[in-house]
Design a protein around this ligand. Structure first.
Ligand code: GLP
Length: 242
């Protein structure tokens, strides 16, 4: 594991965008796995900047998002489809048919997830996967207890995840998601994990320096041979001094 500790959230966003930009420079048809959440917002903004400066070209890049709520209409502003449009896709030149996001409207979610895995396999697998981490250690929507070998499929959201993402558990709030599994995630050739803020300091330490256990799904990342972690000062608050 390579750990990069930076001062601020802005630094984290910039360093992450540069790493991804460099990866696209080296392999213009990069298969890029992408997250949602508050953490990557600055990363996407920095990536859009690099694109506007002519330093990154997405014309051959293929993207696969980690997850989507279920059920969820892609036009719903709370959807991860809408998030990706707003923060990245409408600003850069990724061709529409290169973009993959699980379909929150799929009538047969298991089948849709199996097809997602096939699309990923046909694309040659993920070259570089960018990840955030949930407060309970989830990655994608692999909540505590998720199996190490898990593939893309429908998952039940933890109560705390619904609370964190929607403010409350109520009518019209999705209780499920379609998410890449931990097995799918670990097959990525490279993984870049971003964690920002002191509220992530304890789970980040537990996940990356504690025992590998399904209780903390992100701890499985320790098994990955090419993991880079970027922490800002807040998230690194409990990181041992080097
Ligand atoms: C979400 C996503 C994850 C994300 C996590 C943390 O719900 N499914 O991919 O990493 O929760 O989100 P945030 O960055 O907002 O803390």
């Amino acid at each position: 594991m390579r750990t990069i500790i930076v001062d601020t959230y802005e630094d984290l966003s910039l360093v992450a965008a540069r790493l991804v930009g460099d990866a696209i420079g080296e392999k213009p048809d990069l298969v890029l796995g992408l997250p949602t959440g508050r953490t990557p917002v600055g990363f996407y903004a920095a990536l859009v900047q690099l694109y506007r400066q002519g330093r990154v070209d997405f014309s051959r890049v293929v993207t696969f998002n980690l997850d989507e709520y279920y059920p969820m209409d892609p036009r719903d502003p709370r959807s991860f489809h809408a998030f990706m449009q707003k923060h990245l896709l409408e600003h850069v030149n990724v061709p529409w048919d290169h973009v993959h996001i699980p379909d929150g409207r799929a009538p047969e979610p298991e089948q849709a997830c199996a097809e997602y895995e096939h699309q990923l396999a046909r694309a040659g697998g993920i070259d570089l996967l960018v990840l955030g981490i949930g407060h309970n250690g989830h990655i994608g929507f692999n909540e505590p207890g998720a199996p190490r070998q898990g593939r893309t499929g429908p998952v039940r959201l933890a109560h705390e995840t619904i609370q964190a993402n929607f403010g409350s558990v109520g009518p019209g709030v999705p209780r499920f998601a379609l998410s890449m599994g931990i097995g799918t995630i670990l097959e990525s050739r490279k993984i870049l994990l971003l964690a920002s803020g002191q509220d992530k300091a304890s789970i980040t330490r537990r996940a990356l320096l504690g025992p590998v256990t399904p209780d903390v799904p992100a701890s499985f990342l320790q098994l990955h041979p090419s993991l880079t972690v970027i922490l800002d000062r807040g998230a690194a608050a409990y990181w041992p001094a080097s």
